[in-house]
Design a protein around this ligand. Structure first.
Ligand SMILES: [Zn+2]
Length: 325
């Protein structure tokens, strides 16, 4: 194991990484997990990929070089939190920024020594503490049409049923690497709620291998499903009261407007309310805990605008769009 050293006042932060070099080829791919300290599935996916590399003696058929970061944000991980513990900043908003805080220094060191020198990268996340997400990839709408291995093409090759386009925010690794260096970084989101989701991770591993095949770093052709959804609008429903929640639909299921999704029991009113889907789409995230607090997102749906029926409004709950992801 090697370490990227980042000096901050009174301390040196060490970020572990491994290098696997193939016999020929000069492409370089970075695979990273644990940008957010409470996203265990990103970390577990990198672990699974490392196990795969070992089992398959990957260096014997790899073209180019893999640089693998098992965990980018160890201080957050130790503290069960998303942000870097030294300054409580979100590392994935600190790329290409000037400043002296620990997170900006970590981001700058990662960019300068690694990400600016790679051809493609895969950044593994999950949805954090409270929700579970179905496995998907995220791409950005602003991509230059001319980029060599566009993130969108990588996302298709990854082969998840779902690809989500979003605007992206300043300081995000994927956004800044494309803007600064024209390097595509594919963001992977799998599971959440501090539980490793084995079934989802199988898909994630297959996806990473697919991407490596697509860029010809591994032999063979990617296995891509016949149908992939490319969606943009995530539609969330907030709880207006605290209560106990029960879902009758499963994550990833297709729902129609008016479908019964589950119910919420509000003890202060001793009353239950049905959760009725306001839109057509894919059930994208479900609150993990059975207890929900007022103002939390109960579930979200990726809206399928081609659906033939129009949206209805939900009566007892508040709907929001453009949820922070
Ligand atoms: Zn994340």
């Amino acid at each position: 194991m090697k370490y990227l050293k980042v000096r901050i006042p009174g301390e040196t932060i060490e970020i572990p990484y491994l290098k696997i070099k193939g016999k020929k080829g000069d492409q370089r791919c970075i695979i990273a997990g644990g940008m957010h300290g409470d996203e265990v599935n990103g970390i577990a996916l990198v672990q699974r990929f490392l196990e795969y590399c070992k089992k398959k003696d990957i260096e014997n058929h790899l073209r180019g070089e893999l640089i693998i970061f098992p965990i980018l944000n160890e201080s957050g991980f130790k503290n069960h939190q998303r942000n870097v513990a030294y300054d409580n900043k979100d590392l994935n908003r600190c790329f290409n920024k000037k400043g002296k805080t620990a997170s900006i220094k970590i981001a700058n060191a990662l960019e300068k020594q690694f990400f600016s020198k790679c051809d493609i990268a895969i950044d593994c996340h999950d949805s954090g503490k409270r929700n579970i997400l179905i496995p998907h990839t995220r791409v950005h709408g602003y991509e230059k049409r001319t980029c060599a291995e566009c993130t969108k093409e990588m996302a298709k090759a990854f082969g998840s049923k779902l690809i989500i386009e979003r605007d992206g925010k300043r300081g995000m690794l994927a956004v800044e690497m494309m803007k600064q260096h024209g390097i595509p970084v594919l963001t992977i989101e799998i599971g959440g709620a501090l539980k490793v989701a084995d079934k989802f991770l199988d898909k994630g591993l297959e996806g990473i291998i697919n991407v490596l095949k697509y860029v010809r770093m591994l032999p063979g052709n990617p296995k891509i499903p016949q149908k992939q959804y490319y969606l943009r609008d995530r539609y969330g429903v907030l709880a207006k009261d605290s209560g106990l929640i029960r879902f009758k639909k499963k994550l990833g299921q297709r729902v129609h407007r008016g479908d019964f999704i589950g119910d919420i029991y509000v003890p202060t009113k001793a009353k239950s309310y049905n959760l009725i889907s306001p839109v057509c789409g894919l059930l994208f995230s479900l609150q993990h805990s059975d207890q929900i607090a007022k103002g939390e997102i109960m579930y979200s749906i990726l809206e399928d605008k081609k659906c033939h029926v129009r949206r209805q409004t939900v009566q007892h709950f508040e709907e929001i769009k453009n949820i922070e992801m």
